[in-house]
Write a protein that binds this ligand. Structure first.
Ligand code: PAF
Length: 248
């Protein structure tokens, strides 16, 4: 990857980290990178270190051939798609922990998740050495954790967070949505409706009344602050958030 990128380093390199199963949310990140950077790199790696259960990891949707075609069509110049054994060779033992931000909300419900995210992102940043990295605001805590990592470790790159892309019915796009049955999808729509109240108590009532299993609904003091929630619909766990700054 480094050798391939060498001729392009004089101008800007944008990196869009993904786990594949590309949807319109990823395409908005690629489009921003394409508009702002001379060279666009997309990584495609389903990172085992950020999954709690092997069931979730094994069930993660994968279609690399389709992802490569979609990436090429969207104008990605390079796809970096390493094997797990390349990223985590035997005796791998160095982990990055964003201690406080990584331990709340998602971090409290998915212990080790942000350690896996921070470690793989730092490794991707070191391999690609991008000027700008692109992430979706749908994963607001991931954005906050990575901004902290970039500041704490003095990384020389800019993080751009782009707005959540939603289906016409309001459901935030996620690779996990394909797992929802039609009735589950209808139920899942309670999540954006609840968050639209921009009030944690009202949102929780709506979610509980709909019969959803709520992991959390909380105002998270990120920049910008968000009302964030995680719910379970059947066996699928969904997260979403809305920024609160419009209210001020
Ligand atoms: O948001 C994701 O898809 C993943 O968490 C990321 C940033 C690609 C790290 O594996």
């Amino acid at each position: 990857m480094r050798t391939a990128l060498e001729p392009w380093r004089a101008e800007s390199i944008g990196l869009v980290p993904t786990m594949g199963a590309l949807h319109a949310g990823h395409l908005s990140l690629i489009a921003a990178a394409r508009a702002e950077c001379s060279t666009v790199v997309m990584s495609l790696f389903v990172n085992p270190a950020q999954f709690g259960s092997s069931g979730d990891l094994n069930g993660y949707p994968r279609d690399e051939a389709n992802d490569l075609a979609v990436a090429a069509e969207a104008g990605v110049d390079f796809v970096f798609a390493p094997d797990a054994s390349e990223m985590y060779p035997t005796r791998f033992q160095t982990w990055v922990e964003v201690a406080e931000l990584g331990a709340v909300l998602e971090g409290a419900h998915r212990p080790g998740h942000f350690r896996g995210v921070a470690t793989i992102c730092l490794k991707l940043f070191n391999i690609v050495r991008p000027d700008v990295v692109y992430f979706g605001q749908k994963d607001a805590q991931q954005v906050a954790v990575l901004r902290q990592l970039i500041a704490d470790l003095a990384l020389e790159l800019e993080l751009r967070a782009l707005p959540t892309v939603r289906d016409r019915d309001g459901l935030a796009l996620s690779s996990r949505n394909v797992r929802l049955s039609p009735p589950e999808r209808t139920l899942a729509l309670t999540l954006p409706r609840a968050l639209a109240t921009r009030d944690p108590e009202s949102a929780r009532s709506l979610l509980v009344e709909a019969g959803l299993d709520v992991d959390y609904v909380e105002i998270a003091p990120f920049d910008p602050p968000v009302l964030a929630a995680a719910v379970r619909v059947g066996s699928t766990r969904l997260i979403d958030n809305v920024t609160l700054e419009e209210d001020s």
